[in-house]
Design a protein around this ligand. Structure first.
Ligand code: PEP
Length: 251
């Protein structure tokens, strides 16, 4: 059975005290027996503290927003998957479009990050999505296929089963332009079909595929009701507890 997931990507936001306050508000307003997994992705520097806060809640987990592709060495300022796992984090976002763009991360590099994450017992939340030019040229499915093929399809079936996919059309991230539920469901069904072709029905049916891109309290319910949308990767709306809680309660 695939899991329902709401993941909050804080990006470069929140001091430690404000981040802890936000998590406290979310923890105290959610039911520990809920079947929705809540994943918090704070900046690296807050990982250990936030992981400690959610340690006793099986419906919560913590993710890093990136990891380096090598385990240790002379890479000033970088953070390895091994270090992330040592904080209690269980997930790592890999291939977010802001990193693909700003840090010029290629599919080849991202495939290495996926590998090192898995070796260190972190589940990758692997982000894919077309930009506006690709969508306007109607080549968005090809763009998405290339990203999963080059970033993930080298994995064994056992390793692939540990991956979560986040479909995030780049034109919808932080823009207030959400994909319609029809558009998001169409691409997410295509992604699941590609996984089915590569790994078979059981693995494709069990893979959680999240939608991300201006998902908010107003549109989450319609998006999450689609058959191939198993939850959301949330940016802006994860920074305020009422908004994030409303999204969690949208299932
Ligand atoms: C994101 O950065 O992954 C994201 C989906 O951002 P937003 O919700 O702000 O569009």
């Amino acid at each position: 059975m695939r899991r329902k997931i709401v993941a909050g990507n804080w990006k470069m936001n929140k001091t430690l005290s404000k981040g802890k306050q936000l998590v406290e508000e979310i923890l105290s307003s959610t039911d520990a027996s809920s079947d929705v997994l809540k994943i918090i992705a704070p900046p690296f520097i807050h990982l250990a503290a936030i992981a400690d806060m959610v340690r006793l809640r099986t419906d919560f987990a913590v993710a890093a927003q990136d990891c380096h592709h090598i385990n240790a060495g002379a890479y000033t300022g970088e953070v390895s998957a091994e270090m992330i796992a040592s904080t209690g984090a269980e997930f790592v976002i890999i291939g977010h479009s802001e990193r693909r763009l700003n840090a010029v991360e290629s599919n080849e590099l991202l495939a290495q990050k996926v590998n090192i994450a898995l070796v260190n017992n972190l589940s990758p939340i692997f982000c894919i999505g077309e930009n506006s030019e690709e969508r306007n040229a109607n080549i968005h499915l090809e763009a998405v296929r290339k990203q999963i093929k080059e970033g993930l399809f080298h994995l064994s079936a056992a390793d692939f089963s540990r991956v979560i996919i986040a479909y995030e059309p780049v034109w919808a991230i932080g823009t207030g332009l959400t994909a319609t539920s029809h558009q998001a469901q169409g691409v997410q069904n295509f992604i699941r079909t590609e996984i089915n072709k590569k790994y078979g029905k059981e693995i494709s049916e069990n893979c959680s595929i999240l939608y991300g891109g201006s998902c908010n309290a107003q549109n989450a319910q319609e998006l999450f009701s689609c058959i191939d949308i198993d939850g959301g990767l949330i940016g802006g709306a994860s920074l305020k507890s009422p908004d994030f809680l409303a999204i969690i309660n949208s299932f």
